[in-house]
Design a protein around this ligand. Sequence first.
Ligand code: PRX
Length: 649
Amino acid sequence: MTDLHAVPARVRAGSPNPITDLDRYREHAARAAANPDGFWLEETRRRVAWRTEPTQGLASSFHDIAQGPLSWFGDGRLNITESCLDRHLATQGDKVAILWEGDEPGDCRTLTYRELHAEVCRTASALQRLGLKRGERAIIYMGMVPEAAIAMLACARLGAIHSVVFGGFSAEALRDRIRDCSAEVVITQDEGRRAGRTIPLKATTDLACTGETGVKKVLVYRRTGAPVEWTEGRDVWWHDVVPQGDAALPATECAAEDPLFILYTSGSTGRPKGVVHTCGGYITWAQYTHRTVFDLRDDDVYACVADVGWITGHTYIVYGPLANGATTLMFESTPLYPDSGRYWDLVQRHGITIFYTAPTAIRALAACGDEHVSRYDRSTLRVLGTVGEPINPEAWNWYYDVVGEGRCNIVDTWWQTETGGICLTPIAPATPTKPGSATLPMPGILPSLRTPEGRVIRGPGEGLLCIEQPWPGQARTVWGDHERFVATYFGMFPGLYFTGDGCKRDADGYYWITGRVDDVLNVSGHRMGTAEFESALVSSEAIAEAAVVGFPHPIKGQGVYAYVVLQSGQALTDDLEQTMQGVCRTRIGAHARVDRLQVVPGLPKTRSGKVMRRLLRKIAEGRGDELGDVSTLADPTVVDAIRAGAQRG
Ligand code: PRX
C-alpha cells in the first residue's frame, strides 16, 4: 500500500477494542457480511439493555422496501434510556455523564449518571403531566444546554418521538416542522447563547406557534433570564414543573421498531423531509460505532463539538456516548469565541482525549495560525475525528501534525442523517489512514460504486456511492411519506440505497468521497437544498426566477451562488440585496446566506424548459470556458451574458 499513515503507537497501546488491526477488521467485516442476522443479534444483545432480547434479525430487504419499512430486531422490547442511563447506575453512578461548557470560558456544569438519570426521569414525568404520550411528537428547539439532551432522553423515556430543530432555523422553518409531524409539545428556552450574542429562541417559538392550535404546551427552560412573552395556559416554565417530577420514573417499554426520533434534513426539493430513526437498530449502531471507531476507553473525556440540532449531535453527543457510559462534553460556544484558541483551551482544561469536529472548523482554525493551538497543552488527545464534508489533505495534515502533534489517529468519518451513524471510516487502532480518505466501510456496510446507468464499478474507479445491504442504524422512512423515502433513496437504483454522494475507490480499496452529486449543498457542514434557497428567493416580489448552485469555498467547503432574474423594472441595489438575504434568513434560518449573487438576463434552459444547472455550476466554479456544446439551449446567448458577469471571490 502507498501513502499510508500507520496508526500511532499511543492509539494502538492498551486498546480494549476487539478490532485492533486490519486482519481483525477483515474478520469482523467478513462475518457481518456473511451472516448479518447472527452478527448483529450477537452485538445488540451484548451492547444494549433489552427488556426482551430479540430473536429476529433483519426482516424485509431493499428489494421489498416499497412494501414497508425495514425491521431489525422486530420481536425485541426495550426503552433506550435504560441503555443510556439506568444500567450505568450500579457500576458508575458517580461518573460524569455530561460535562457542559457554556459560552463563556470556564462556565461549566457537570451531571453524573445518577444526576442525569434523575433529571431525565423528572423531566419525563413533567412532560407526562403536560399530556405527552407514547408515540406523540415533541419538537425541541434549544441551544447547547444539558437540558436539550435531557429533553431528548425524557421524550424517549416516555416512548414519545422527539424532533430537534437546530436553533438557527427561522420561525417559518420551525412552523413547517411542527406542522409536518403534528407536534403536541414544543420544548425551548428563553434565549440561546453563542459567541457573546443571544438567540431569541422563545420569541421565535412564539412566532412559529402563532395560529398553530396543535401545540398544546410550550415548556421553557430559563437560560439567560431575559424577559419573554407568555401565553397563559400554553407556556410552562421548566423550573416550575420539572423539580416536582418523579426522579425514578419507570421507563415506558417500546418495541424495537417504534420511532425514537424524527430529524428534518434537506433534499432535492424545497420541502425538508422528516427522517425517522427507530429505537433498537439505531441505539445498537450508535453504541457500536461510537465505541469501535473512536476506540473508546473507560477514562476517556470525549468531546464532539457539533450541535444537537444535527444528526452528529444526536448520535455522537447524546446516544452513542451515553449508551457506552462515557463522559460526553456539550459545548455551547464556537471555535472562535473569545478567540481561535477556544477548542484547545477546552482540551487543556478538561483533559479531552477524543475530539470530533468538522473540516470547516479545522480550515478556519488553520488559517488563524499555529500559535493559537501550540499555546495549550494537548498531550491528553489520542483520537481526532472529522465529519460532515470531505476534508482536503492540507487540513487533514494540519489536524494531524499541528493539533495532534503526530501522536493521534485521525478518523475521517463518512455518514449521513439517513445512515444514523458512521459508515465509512478508519477504526482508530486498526486502520492505517490516508489524508483525505474515509478509508474503509464499517463491518456490515457493503458499499457499491455505480455508473449513472447502474453498472457496477469493480476495483479502482469513481462512481455513485450506494450501499447494498441494510444495516441496523439506517433510517426507516420519511415521516408520513414512505413513498418519498422509497423514491428518494431507492428510486435511482432499485434494490440499492443511493447516498447522493460521488466517491472514488483506489487500488487499496480505500474510499474517497467527492461530494454530493444531487442538489444538496454542504456549507460549513450544514446541509441545505438548492431548492430551499430558490423557493425563498422567488418569494421576494422583485425576483422572477432563481437558480442556486454550490461553488468551492476555501473555508466553508461550499459557498452558495445564486443566479437571479429580476422582475422587469427592478434593479439590483444594496436594499434589494439585503431583502434577498433577508428572505433566505426568514424562510430558512440564520445559517442560510447567499455568498455570491449574480443578476442574469435569463437562466440557461433546454427547449423543454429545464434549467441546465451543470452549466451554472461550471460558471460558479470559474470554469465558464469549459461548457462544451450549448447549442441545445433554448437561447444560447444567455450563457455569454452569464459568463461575462460571473462573480469571483
Ligand atoms: O456529502 C456527505 C457529507 O455530508 C452529507 C450528509 O450530511 P448530513 O446528513 O447533514 O450529515 C452530516 C453528518 C453526518 C453526506 O452525504 N459528508 C459527511 N461526512 C463526510 C461527508 N463527506 C465527506 N467526508 C465525510 N467524512
